[in-house]
Design a protein around this ligand. Structure first.
Ligand code: NAD
Length: 456
């Protein structure tokens, strides 16, 4: 059992803390947001993530997981590993680079806490950077710690996180790989010990000889995935124009082992708290090193354009203009099973529809509150039925599973026009058409499908 501290109890920090405690380590999480810590201490989990509440509660009651308002209090007894899991948002200076102020503040706090911990004078702590940070950041964090601590008291390692919101616990507990990068052999050994319960089950740990490699692996993975999504979105539009079917195309392409079937699902554009910010941060890093990543630059432009083309698609389906139209939107979060609205495509698409004069009433099982803060003119619906009632069209923007089994025979008569624009292709066209809807998918020429005639 190792003693672990986690700085930052957000999506990544809280999941990391809860999962490491579940693996048998002694974990204490701190956060500068005192309201968050108070809620956690009161047994409340401030974010929506499947199974997280139960995991936190179980480990708190077993005494494996606790929360502290102050890092000094958390590290007083000494910690073997101190994770930094604070945000690295896009810098608001317009450079596109990651704002590392929170990481550096956490590093300063860690240096102070380790230096002042009344533990054994020979105690050794590994400061582990879990936040997504540009290549070279761990080196800078090492310099910050080195100002207050002798070299034999600490080491810094990069251990980027690959979890996805919505399946965060499963992703942490069953990772495709764990990446650990450090110049320090001792740091690497401690991290190997930490993750032993996972590597024993066959989850590979990739140890890189420099932190820079580990830092870049995270950006490379996100950039590749965003490229795959953008590629299939462009192909979906091409399918639409050419009379081909993107779902069939994705199967035909994805069965190639070198490509794989995942992330070949078309949608209204990528978003979320990671892809957009990580891609522009990678572009900034690459330019800083004089080694541009032109594919990534193109992916961002293509994704922005795709979202605009989704607005155009909705506009066209509604006769060329949306002014005065009522549009019911199903799903606002950037993907299913999360309440995270950061950079969700709904913000662009719904925002644009509203600015063109549409009345948009949206239903999302968990993200509606966050969305309303970002889109004040958005009308919220408590149910799917309420979003659809009186609408000229219903648009599906998030692939929540609840949208797959909607009984459209009940909804169609309540709509001004029973038009469903499914930008996630979650519905089975034949079923929806049989249930009395006009159905428009993304990259699927519904009118051409043989069963359309049968259904009519
Ligand atoms: P978040 O905003 O949910 O959480 C960050 C937390 O850090 C907040 O609670 C904030 O109050 C706290 N914090 C900031 N400065 C602090 C300080 N000095 N001391 C203590 N607490 C402090 O962010 P997140 O989504 O968990 O992301 C954290 C990092 O992980 C980012 O770099 C992100 O890119 C990366 N990441 C996120 C995901 C994801 O799906 N959310 C996945 C992989 C990696």
């Amino acid at each position: 059992m190792l003693r672990v501290g986690v700085i930052g109890a957000g999506y990544v920090g809280l999941v990391t803390g809860a999962c490491l405690s579940e693996l048998g380590h002694q974990v204490i999480c701190v956060d500068s947001d005192q309201v968050k810590i108070a809620r956690l201490k009161a047994g409340e989990v401030p974010i929506y993530e499947p199974d997280l509440e139960e995991l936190v509660a179980a480990n708190v009651s077993r005494g494996q997981l606790s929360f502290a308002a102050d890092l000094g209090e958390a590290t007083a007894g000494g910690v073997d590993l101190l994770f930094v899991a604070v945000g690295t948002p896009t810098d608001d200076n317009g450079s596109g680079g990651a704002n590392l102020a929170y990481v550096y503040a956490a590093a300063e706090a860690a240096a102070h806490a380790i230096a002042n911990a009344p533990s054994a004078p020979d105690a050794f702590t590994v400061v582990v950077i879990k936040s997504t940070v540009p290549a070279g950041t761990s080196r800078k964090v090492t310099a910050i710690l080195g100002r207050s601590l002798p070299a034999e008291r600490f080491a810094v390692a990069s251990n980027p996180e690959f979890l996805r919101e919505g399946s965060a616990i499963k992703d942490f507990m069953e990772p495709d790989r764990i990446v650990v990068g450090s110049h320090s052999e001792r740091a690497r050994q401690l991290l190997e010990e930490l993750y032993l319960p996972l590597t024993r089950k066959g989850h590979p740990l990739v140890a890189t000889s420099t932190a820079e490699t580990a830092e870049l692996i995270k950006y490379a993975a996100n950039a590749f995935l965003a490229t795959k999504v953008t590629f299939i979105n462009e192909l979906a539009r091409l399918c639409e124009a050419a009379g081909a079917d993107i779902e069939e195309l994705a199967v035909g392409v994805g069965l190639d082992d070198r490509i794989g079937p995942k992330f070949l699902t078309p949608g209204p554009g990528f978003g979320g708290s990671c892809f957009p910010k990580d891609l522009i941060a990678l572009i900034k890093t690459a330019n800083d090193f004089g080694s541009p990543v032109e594919i990534v630059e193109t992916v961002i432009r293509a994704n922005d354009r795709h979202k605009q083309l989704m607005v155009r698609k909705i506009r066209n389906e509604l006769g060329g203009a949306v002014s005065g139209r009522r549009i019911g939107v199903l799903g606002l979060a950037f993907k299913a099973n999360t309440d995270d609205m950061r950079n969700a495509p709904a913000l662009t698409i719904v925002g644009q529809l509203i600015s063109e004069g549409a009345e948009v009433r949206a239903y999302d099982p968990v993200a509606a509150g966050q969305a309303k803060e970002l889109l004040p003119d958005l009308l919220l619906a408590e149910t799917i039925e309420e979003a659809a009632c009186g609408a000229d069209a219903v648009v599906i923007l998030t692939e929540w599973s609840a949208f797959r089994g909607i009984d459209w025979t009940k909804l169609a008569p309540t709509m001004r026009r029973p038009l469903l624009i499914d930008l996630r292709n979650v519905c089975e066209p034949k079923d929806v058409i049989r249930q009395g809807m006009e159905y428009v998918a993304l990259g699927r020429p519904i009118a051409e499908l043989p069963y359309r005639a049968a259904a009519e």
